[in-house]
Ligand binder design. Structure first.
Ligand code: ACO
Length: 168
């Protein structure tokens, strides 16, 4: 069966409730091998205040991936050089959605002048980023809603990423 490639579009304020639902479903369904249920719940609760979550999405460069017109994932770039969020709905994993979102953020970061792109990768996403050329820099423990969660700061060199009309 042939699958259609994900399409990308910018975030709009009305998207906040849907992205909050994708965020929670992604965490609760996909990260259970790496985090406890209490950690997952604390993490997913970070989008419970939809107004605050929407404000965060709007304050960053947020892209939405769609399959057949339906949003299935999103990613955000904070400033020029940090991937802050990357979440794919459980029903859409393994179809290149995360890759399409990351490809776009890497090009935008490069166009913004970043030489390196950083991400604090969840343990679940570590291998995804490693395959894309991100190198682990340090392990971190962060508190979210009174739970400690581990992640890894990873970095990818963007030199050589082609930008439209860019230099060699
Ligand atoms: N473990 C190992 N490999 C993986 C994983 C994984 N969890 N997820 C994807 N891959 C691999 C795929 O097999 C594929 O490999 P291939 O190119 O050799 O075939 C490659 O990575 C690309 O896969 P995609 O289909 O593009 O990725 P997908 O759309 O499934 O999204 C993601 C990956 C974003 C990690 C998704 O699993 C997810 O949302 N996870 C839960 C939420 C999460 O942890 N997000 C990151 C939080 S950290 C942050 O936001 C910065």
């Amino acid at each position: 069966m042939s699958r259609s490639a994900p399409a990308l579009r910018p975030y709009l304020p009305d998207d906040a409730p849907l992205l909050a639902a994708i965020f929670a479903a992604s965490i609760m369904d996909l990260t259970g091998d790496d985090y406890s249920e209490a950690q997952q719940e604390a993490w997913a609760m970070a989008a419970a205040d939809e107004a605050a979550f929407g404000k965060k999405l709007a304050g960053q460069l947020t892209l939405i991936a769609t399959l057949q017109g339906a949003p299935v994932g999103f990613a955000s770039l904070k400033g020029a050089d940090l991937i802050d969020m990357l979440y794919v709905h459980p029903s859409a994993v393994g179809q290149g959605v995360g890759s399409a979102l990351c490809d776009a953020l890497e090009k935008i970061a490069s166009a913004r002048g970043a030489k390196n792109l950083k991400v604090d990768a969840s343990d679940t996403a570590l291998e995804f980023f490693r395959k894309r050329g991100y190198v682990a820099q340090q392990r971190n423990s962060v508190t979210i809603n009174d739970e400690w969660l581990a992640n890894t700061t990873m970095q990818k060199q963007l030199d050589g990423v082609a930008t439209p009309g860019g230099h060699a």
